[in-house]
Design a protein around this ligand. Structure first.
Ligand SMILES: *Cc1c(COP(=O)(O)O)cnc(C)c1O
Length: 396
């Protein structure tokens, strides 16, 4: 996670060295390289923090960050915490979930871990292969008398089917919340993500779209839920001496809030950069058989945080061969959420039968290739990256 460093000029696709020659990029191009909007402003905020002596415990920058986030997400309450995993755990607690909670398997492992770490059972539902988000029909099949909640995930910043999931939750008396770690600044039907379900959880980890070093938040329009979240974030304290509820330490420190504020102010610029990069990938990958780029609904607001290609069986190379070829060129493209939470050891051991219910998850996990984007990736870089894929797929 270094600051931007100059890279060797990019060679044309014809020169790209797949066998033995030096890599096309002297410096690695990462997926999820941190975006920092204004270094000077960040350092000024850190100086101010050190001068004030208020480093943590619900400080002024945390307050300001929460207020700005609530405005930006168009919700009544935003409770910021130290990371999204703790945010998920606190939200699960505050909602009073028990027994079984339905989650997608095709997500970052933290979605499932947060449920399990609270002593509950994550039950994996399948996704719609077209959207990569929960398939409501599969969710419905997984409901048992022990089910108390559903956690939808807005994967890649493409929104989960909120209407169908809400109808399902209402019909079965279940709580519904979202892991919106990928979906900051995104809309569905023109409505901003943040206000769907009982609450929505965001991640501000350094590799995410909005970076606060480490950080997370729960957004909600429910006053009581917000109060419970605040209590649980701070050991259950009200005032100095009075603890009225069990709780944990989920507090965000001022240095993180400062980074969050700086990057929130620069978010429109980052969306523009990401949108431009996404379009460049679209042009670069066009016409390669079996290679398709996941697109975003142009009628919605998108953050284009992830550039996701799917490598089908008709492609001239396998997904894994492409990852290898790109890595050899110092393009650290990655498989993502492979092989699915249900095939990771803890959950494979607990629920060996889950696989049977998850054909779309298995199919998508085998096809996805995530490519680098963000402010450190230029259009020339993208042309070269697409050149590697084109050549490796036998399309000179
Ligand atoms: C990153 C991520 C998380 C965890 O966020 P942290 O802030 O790193 O704890 C949870 N869910 C999804 C889908 C994520 O991508």
């Amino acid at each position: 996670m270094r600051a931007e460093t100059p890279r060797k000029p990019v060679q044309g696709p014809a020169d790209l060295a797949i066998n033995g020659a030096p890599p096309a990029f002297a410096e690695p191009l990462h997926v999820g390289r941190p975006n920092v909007a204004d270094r000077e402003l960040y350092l000024a905020k850190i100086e101010a923090m050190l001068d004030s002596g208020w480093l943590t415990n619900n400080g002024p920058m945390v307050h300001e960050f929460e207020a700005r986030l609530a405005e930006s997400l168009d919700v009544k309450h935003v409770v910021v915490v130290c990371n999204a995993t703790i945010a998920l755990e606190i939200a699960i607690r505050a909602l009073g979930l028990t027994g079984e909670v339905i989650v997608p398997s095709y997500t970052f492992i933290a979605t499932a871990h947060a449920v399990y770490w609270q002593g509950l059972t994550p039950v994996f539902a399948d996704i719609d292969p077209a959207t990569h988000c929960l398939d409501p029909a599969s969710v419905e099949r997984m409901i048992t008398p022990r089910t108390t909640g559903i956690i939808g995930v807005h994967l890649w910043g493409r929104t989960a089917p909120t209407e169908a999931l809400q109808a399902l939750a209402d019909r079965h008396g279940l709580k519904l919340m979202y892991d919106a770690a990928h979906a900051f600044g995104v809309t569905r039907g023109g409505r901003r993500v943040g206000g769907f379900g009982s609450c929505e959880v965001f991640s501000f980890h350094a590799t995410k779209f909005l970076n606060s070093l480490e950080g997370g938040a729960v957004a909600t329009n429910d006053d009581e839920l917000a109060q419970a979240l605040r209590l649980m974030r701070n050991f259950g304290f009200v005032g100095y001496d009075d603890v009225i509820h069990p709780g944990t330490n989920g507090k965000m420190v001022e240095a993180c809030a400062a980074m969050g504020l700086v990057n929130l102010a620069g978010i429109d610029g980052l969306i523009e950069t990401n949108a431009r990069n996404h379009a460049a990938y679209g042009r670069g990958l066009e016409g390669i058989p079996g290679v398709s780029l996941l697109t975003f609904d142009p009628a919605e607001r998108n953050n284009f945080q992830y550039v996701v290609a799917e490598i089908g069986p008709e492609a001239g190379a396998t997904r894994d061969a492409l990852v290898e070829a790109l890595n050899a060129e110092n393009v650290l493209a990655r498989k993502y959420f492979w092989p699915g939470c249900h095939r990771m050891k803890p959950y494979r051991d607990l629920f060996p039968w889950a696989d049977v219910h998850l054909p779309a998850t298995n199919q998508v996990a085998a096809r996805v290739l995530v490519l680098p984007t963000g402010s450190s990736v230029s259009e020339d870089d993208i042309a070269a990256i697409c050149g590697v894929i084109r050549v490796r797929c036998g399309q000179r």
